[in-house]
Design a protein around this ligand. Structure first.
Ligand SMILES: O=P(O)(O)OC[C@H]1O[C@H](O[C@H]2O[C@H](CO)[C@@H](O)[C@H](O)[C@H]2O)[C@H](O)[C@@H](O)[C@@H]1O
Length: 904
């Protein structure tokens, strides 16, 4: 059995050594014409003249790119050279711009260059034109050449750790494997670099083969155009902002445009195809994150029995935001192809369930989603870090070196640190503005506080970069002097040793994300502050309340709303002025929370939950549930003396009729079968229905001695009785109806042709006869979710059904009625019989959603030995709890009951 872990980027990528280029690192020592010497590239952290920082690995990025155009427009992305072995990156690593490395091929995707580049190019072209008239060569356009392809196709290459992708996931998988909790596994992902240049070459085949045989990785290949459209456009410009609440109301949002949708589909299809091709029965597929939302559905269509998990690492927004996406239904349908869907925290799970019940008309339960024919389990399970490997790296010499440097450089200063991606959702701008406010308001801290902000590149094209630089300049020009700089702003990543040193020496970490799925940097910070390998700091964590992590920390962090600059400024002050005792208390609680939720725990828990829910769902699959055996049924019937039948009405004893139409009479055959069965005094029969008491009275007036359950369990009429017992609390019903009716009326007014049915204990919004059925369906799902949001505390829920929305109480159901019947039968037993069960044969037959819970209750009575013979029969085509199925519908039921009745 193999676990396929599908994530957009493989943990490995390829670096090429191009002919005529010095090996990586060599260029670092040489000053190149027109370029700053490597040492000059070091940013302001180490400007003190007496400090020589250790030489950090310098990537060959500082060299001229072999294939840049003569116009000099080179894409230079500062990157940290990935290590050749062992993962050495923060859990929340960054994903630098795809296709921007000089030691990897350039992309053939014709994505438009950013406006700034176009403008620059235009000016250069213009200038070149003028020069051209004087005989100077004109610049070539921004395209790769064939020679570029040839050089890469023949260059030497090596496999290195990728510096993009989800570090938290990789660390978690590594930790689980190290602890022997994960057997064979195989990563499935892209190479994280353009591959058109290598298309069809032996080299690309060799690369895929090497990754497969030596690293257990399946390479997904897609065209540069598909990848660029998928990642840089659909993922980064549509999904990422919307999932982080940058709603399309914003005029800059691209959420309405779906020109890149087809690329998203293509890349997802390439993943699905790769997995399908390699899948063997018994394998497990775990798909990760918002890049691959369609993959579970695509696989499910081809492999109906596959065990598929899906985990969303980023936030899932409120349904109000999600529904703005043009392709919202397709995305959800893709996700629900999984058997188990996981989110970081409860809030995202709730949003997802609400969104599905709204947009897919699926029934949301506390455990997941009941679709037409399947159940999908939905859970929240926060990811964590890998403390073991973190601690190993903390002990490295490099970390110690950086700690010494920083201790000396920042002696006597309080350090607030941060490392964030420079995109809007990370809230770097808000952080700097709050810090500025803090310095303005607290002169006593001006000379002795430093904010070190590491800002990572992002594919987001925005003016944020300039805005942030302006704020940094403003703060520094306001309060800096020869010996002091209030903000140290590094617009590049730092290597892992510096990162760990930074987290260890900090007095506070400040995270001001506007939204974030989790935020593992704060977990790593708490670990690095424990004093094990450097001084004990127990520094404060200033953490946005909009991160997933904040919901794990129970208020022991300094929780902030990043939009409230004043509160953030106060939090900084509080962090710096907090007494040691309080710091320690808070840190201890936070540390415990981090320890409790490790990456390895997350990984193995998800895997075992997937096993459990898969078995459970499979057990309930119609194809796994045996057909009702008449032979065994008759034997069970024959050997018992006290028999209880609980039979659903519509769809079971009579053909299904629309709920808003009355059924004039019960068919004679149904009445005959019930009467025949009741001739045997050992039989007790109850019919259960959603219909009102008076309707059932009329329908069954010719079956004396029949017990009835009306309005799905709110009313009960015992066998032989003439009166109904109201099970539900009428005051409670009255009260929720008062709240729900105005909501229903609001939607009714907007849905011509719809009508409202007011039952005793339930309300039904019917729209089968609406003038515009599709529009009515949308109103109905909105209406259901509105009621579920607004009336949760009143113990009522709205369920979207075929052509109607049923609003009914949560506390009285067919199951509670069945339990009452059973309890009453026991209560009526003779005192000397009370130690036995009131029935020795229990048969439940039904076809609907609400019958499933009655099956479950009955099965439990059989399993725990309370009732000797239990038979539960489902007629629907949904996954079922029943122990048997009957394909012949109503006539099959009547035939089976008739057979029993005929046994003397
Ligand atoms: O930028 P991308 O390549 O699109 O990847 C998205 C982000 O993925 C990782 O972060 C997400 O997962 C983390 C672990 O579960 C979670 O802590 C974080 O909140 C999520 O956003 C990665 O760490 C980020 O750098 C990527 O931007």
């Amino acid at each position: 059995m193999t676990v396929f872990i599908a994530s957009l980027f493989l943990p490995k990528t390829i670096h090429f050594t191009l002919p005529g280029t010095p090996p990586p690192g060599a260029a670092a020592e040489k000053k190149q014409p027109g370029k700053p010497a490597p040492a000059e590239k070091q940013t302001s952290l180490f400007q003190a003249p007496n400090i020589t920082p250790p030489i950090t690995p310098v990537d060959d990025k500082t060299r001229d790119h072999l294939f840049t155009n003569e116009d000099g427009l080179r894409v230079q992305i500062p990157q940290v050279e990935p290590a050749a072995d062992g993962f050495r990156a923060p859990a929340d690593r960054s994903s630098p711009t795809w296709g921007g490395r000089p030691d990897q091929p350039m992309s053939r995707a014709n994505s438009p260059p950013p406006p700034s580049l176009i403008e620059k190019s235009r000016l250069l072209q213009q200038k070149a034109k003028e020069l051209g008239r004087q005989g100077v060569t004109q610049p070539r356009s921004l395209t790769r050449s064939d020679s570029h392809d040839r050089v890469f196709a023949n260059a030497n290459w090596k496999v290195v750790n990728a510096d993009q992708g989800n570090g938290g996931l990789r660390n978690a998988a590594e930790a689980a494997a190290r602890e022997c909790k994960l057997g064979d596994y195989m990563w499935v992902g892209t190479l994280g670099m353009p591959t058109d240049a290598l298309q069809g070459t032996q080299q690309l085949q060799d690369i895929s083969d090497r990754l497969y045989t030596e690293h257990d990785m399946l390479t997904v290949l897609c065209s540069d155009k598909d990848f660029d459209g998928h990642y840089s456009h659909f993922c980064k410009q549509i999904l990422w902002p919307v999932f982080h609440y940058q709603i399309p109301d914003n005029p800059k949002s691209k959420a309405y445009e779906d020109h890149s949708w087809k690329y998203y589909v293509n890349v997802n299809q390439a993943f699905a195809d790769k997995i399908i091709k390699n899948w063997k029965r018994g394998d497990v597929i775990w798909v990760h994150d918002y890049h691959l939302l369609l993959v579970p559905g695509m696989i499910r269509r081809k492999l109906p029995d596959a065990k598929i998990g899906f985990f969303l690492h980023v936030a899932f927004p409120s349904s109000e935001v999600f529904r703005c996406l043009a392709v919202r239904k397709q995305l959800l349908e893709g996700m629900v192809g999984a058997n188990l869907i996981g989110f970081q925290i409860h809030e995202y799970t709730r949003h997802f369930l609400q969104t599905c019940s709204r947009l897919l008309s699926a029934e949301a339960t506390p455990d997941g989603l009941q679709l037409e024919d399947r159940f999908v389990d939905v859970i929240n399970m926060p990811i964590g870090i890998d403390p073991v490997s973190l601690n190993q790296h903390r002990q490295e010499v490099e970390v110690k070196k950086w700690l010494d440097i920083m201790r000396e450089r920042y002696a006597g200063k309080k350090l607030i640190v941060a490392r964030d991606k420079l995109d809007h959702v990370r809230g770097v701008r808000q952080k700097l503005l709050s810090y500025e406010l803090f310095l303005n308001a607290n002169p006593e801290w001006r000379n002795n506080t430093v904010l070190i902000q590491v800002a990572l590149s992002t594919s987001e094209k925005s003016e944020l970069d300039a805005t942030v630089s302006d704020i940094v300049t403003r703060v520094n020009s306001s309060w800096a002097n020869l010996a002091y700089q209030p903000v140290v702003y590094l617009k590049q990543d730092i290597d892992y040793a510096q990162y760990l040193a930074l987290l260890s020496i900090a007095d506070a970490l400040m995270i001001t994300s506007q939204r974030e799925g989790m935020n593992l940097t704060s977990h790593e910070f708490l670990y690095c502050q424990d004093g094990k390998f450097s001084e004990k700091k127990h520094g404060s964590l200033i953490l946005s309340e909009f991160t997933g992590t904040s919901s794990l920390f129970g208020g022991n962090e300094l929780s902030v709303n990043p939009w409230d600059y004043r509160a953030c400024a106060n939090a900084i002050k509080k962090a710096l002025e907090m007494g040691d005792e309080e710091k320690e208390q808070r840190w201890t609680k936070l540390y415990e929370a981090v320890n409790h939720h490790t990456g390895s725990h997350w990984f193995t828990e998800f895997m075992s939950r997937l096993d459990i829910v898969y078995d459970e769902q499979h057990r309930r699959d119609q194809t796994s549930v045996p057909r009702l055996s008449m032979h065994s049924l008759m034997q069970q019937y024959n050997r018992t003396e006290r028999r209880l039948f609980i039979l659903d009405f519509e769809g079971t004893l009579v053909s299904w009729g629309p709920v808003n139409k009355i059924i004039p009479v019960s068919p004679q055959r149904t009445l005959d079968v019930l009467n025949d069965l009741l001739l045997d005094e050992r039989n007790t029969i109850y019919v259960m229905s959603g219909r009102r008491p008076e309707e059932l009275d009329r329908l069954f007036r010719r079956v004396p001695n029949l017990g009835l359950i009306a309005e799905n369990g709110c009313f009960l009429k015992d066998c032989g009785s003439t009166t109904w017992t109201e099970m539900a609390d009428s005051d409670q019903i009255r009260s929720w109806k008062e709240s729900v009716k105005p909501i229903l009326n609001y939607y009714l007014e907007r849905t011509p042709g719809a009508e409202l049915e007011d039952r005793r204990c339930s309300l039904i919004f019917h729209y089968k006869s609406a003038e515009d059925y599709e529009a009515a369906q949308r109103q109905a799902t909105d209406c259901a979710s509105h009621i579920n949001d607004a009336c949760e505390e009143q113990r009522v829920h709205a369920i979207p059904l075929d052509g109607c929305v049923l609003v009914e109480p949560i506390d009285w159901t067919k199951t509670t009625a069945a339990q009452k019947i059973f309890a009453d039968l026991r209560a009526n037993m003779a005192p000397d019989e009370k130690h036995t069960s009131p029935v020795d044969f229990l048969m439940v037959i039904g076809d609907g959603r609400e019958d499933e819970k009655v099956f479950k209750w009955a099965n439990t009575l059989g399993e725990d030995g309370t009732v000797k013979e239990v038979v539960t029969v489902s007629l629907g085509n949904r996954n079922t709890e029943a122990t048997a199925t009957l394909a012949q519908g109503v006539s099959g039921v009547l035939m089976a009951l008739q057979k029993l009745a005929s046994i003397a």
